[in-house]
Write a protein that binds this ligand. Structure first.
Ligand SMILES: Cc1cc2nc3c(=O)[nH]c(=O)nc-3n(C[C@H](O)[C@H](O)[C@H](O)COP(=O)(O)OP(=O)(O)OC[C@H]3O[C@@H](n4cnc5c(N)ncnc54)[C@H](O)[C@@H]3O)c2cc1C
Length: 480
């Protein structure tokens, strides 16, 4: 009844709502933000959040909700934000998402926001930052309430990988009454949320807060344990009733170049981690990592953009250039982050491929040799293939090169787990992405380890579904 009344009111309001100017979350000016690693968005004030939420047309088919991998009930949450009921709005997000304060910061524009019908008028609702606003308002007002757990089942589950997929499964299964132990080779939880995505996109304290909350819920963590080396999958299967694998695609693609062992040549993960963390793994504000004045980043994806934006923030760096083998049109990076990189002073050299890295007599990088490319016929990705132009090589001086050429599966895990079936790309084979069942009856998987490098919200969405299948398996109600 209340919903019908609300819909009726929305229909009357629709025209007025469509005419309202957007109140999008503001970004700190580039001249200010390049001096620190703090988040670039200025949080919404309550008043602005209410104004922005009040532009929602509450479309009956809710395209934003359909486009959200987690299917958050965005229109209902926006209705509550409009009414000033921020904690209630946060609870709506939490019905479907275990970490709205994180998704609201890291989800790209291409999901719920891209589906907003107001895009037609060029002023979509800022759904992502409203999600972060509501979740933060709840955290700051009363903290995230601990849910009641189902009665203890007596079953034990090992989760391998404390990234968003593993943490989602750990939370769901703990709530369902199972005892969960998460293993991770890193010293902290979060996976790429902590050791990949830069702090200027996602404040790491939010990941730590989530980890503390999970510990309070009853999840146990064993950090610094590499499954496959310190303990095997077979041993975990012996010890636990079920195992979830959420190990991501943690290996950086490293094609071999002459000189790639020189000091000053980094892979993206190492550069991002060294660039942002001091020895005690707090986001950096001290000048502990000074990679030299000229930094070249190789690649054209989101990771390359994150490396460029990290480099411009580092002390002593004066020139930051991206070298990409195709043109701007083919670059896969999300456009908004590309714009931010430009604003922050990074420059781009298109149609350029590295040939070799040149060192000085001390084994330190001093220059990079590149070759010019041109675009040929489309390749398997549908994008035009870069083809070398003969006799077009040139040399550019640089003290640091970052290889941001993509991520791949970790074959060493697979080699230590010979019973587990994997694809030709080393990804874990599952019968159906929504079940996450591997060829081993008590072993399940989701996230990047199954689909390859992707995004946070699809990893959470898949893990949420797989946790339900695991719960049924543990309770013996899955009919298998
Ligand atoms: C630089 C960068 C920036 C990104 N930015 C964004 C963004 O802005 N928005 C977005 O939506 N997505 C972004 N992504 C992608 C996103 O981070 C991933 O899709 C997501 O984290 C995948 O989650 P996951 O849980 O499957 O894996 P991961 O987050 O990779 O977590 C896997 C975990 O498993 C652990 N592990 C691996 N092997 C073992 C082992 N043998 N034993 C024990 N532990 C192991 C790892 O240490 C890690 O903690 C970015 C990725 C990168 C690299």
């Amino acid at each position: 009844m209340a919903r019908t009344r609300q819909r009726k009111r929305m229909r009357i309001d629709r025209k007025a709502r469509m005419q309202m100017p957007p109140v999008h979350a503001q970004v700190r000016p580039p001249q200010e933000r390049v001096h620190d690693f703090g988040e670039i968005y200025i949080p919404y004030t309550a008043e602005d959040a209410q104004l922005e939420a009040s532009r929602c047309l509450h479309c009956p088919n809710a395209p934003c909700q359909a486009a959200c991998p987690l299917h958050n009930d965005i229109p209902r949450a926006l209705g509550l934000i409009e009414a000033g009921k921020f904690v209630e709005a946060a609870q709506v997000y939490r019905e479907t998402s275990p970490m709205p304060e994180i998704c609201g910061r890291v989800c790209p524009q291409t999901l719920c926001e891209a589906a907003c019908v107001l895009n037609k008028a060029g002023k979509p609702i800022d759904t992502r930052h409203l999600e972060a606003f509501a979740a933060d308002a709840q955290r700051q007002a009363e903290g995230v309430p601990l849910p009641e757990l189902a009665p203890a089942s007596g079953k034990r589950v090992a989760v391998i990988g404390a990234g968003p997929a593993g943490l989602t499964v750990a939370e769901s299964l703990t709530r369902a009454g199972h005892q969960v132990v998460v293993y991770d080779k890193c010293p902290d939880a979060g996976g790429l949320l902590k050791f990949g995505i830069p702090n200027f996109k996602l404040d790491k304290s939010l990941v730590d807060e989530k980890t503390r909350w999970l510990k309070q819920l009853g999840v146990s963590f064993r950090f610094g344990v590499t499954v496959g080396e310190d303990v095997t999958l077979a041993e975990l299967r012996e010890e636990y009733d079920a195992v979830f694998i959420g190990i991501g695609t943690s290996r950086v693609m490293l094609p071999h170049y002459e000189g790639d062992d020189l000091e000053g040549v980094y892979c993206a993960t190492e550069f991002l981690t060294r660039g942002q963390f001091t020895c005690d793994r707090q986001p950096q504000d001290a000048a502990h990592f000074a990679p030299g004045p000229r930094v070249h980043v190789l690649g054209g994806g989101d990771t390359a953009i994150d490396c460029l934006r990290t480099a411009v923030r580092l002390p002593g760096v004066t020139e930051v250039t991206c070298y990409y083998r195709r043109s701007e049109a083919e670059m896969p990076a999300h456009r908004q982050d590309y714009q931010y990189a430009l604003e922050e002073g990074a420059t781009f050299q298109w149609l350029t491929n590295p040939v070799r890295f040149i060192g000085d007599e001390h084994g330190k990088l001093k220059a990079v040799e590149y070759q010019k490319m041109q675009l040929g016929e489309p390749d398997a990705s549908g994008r035009r293939r870069p083809v070398p132009i003969p006799d077009s090589n040139f040399i550019v001086e640089a003290e640091t090169v970052v290889l941001a050429l993509g991520y791949r599966a970790d074959w060493s895990f697979n080699e230590h787990s010979p019973d587990l079936r994997v694809t030709t790309k080393g990804l874990i084979e599952v019968d159906d992405p929504l079940s996450g069942r591997t060829n081993l009856p008590d072993v399940f998987a989701a996230g990047d380890a199954v689909y390859g490098a992707n995004l946070v919200s699809p990893a959470i969405a898949a893990a949420r579904e797989v946790a339900q299948v695991m719960d049924a398996f543990l309770k013996g109600t899955d009919g298998q």
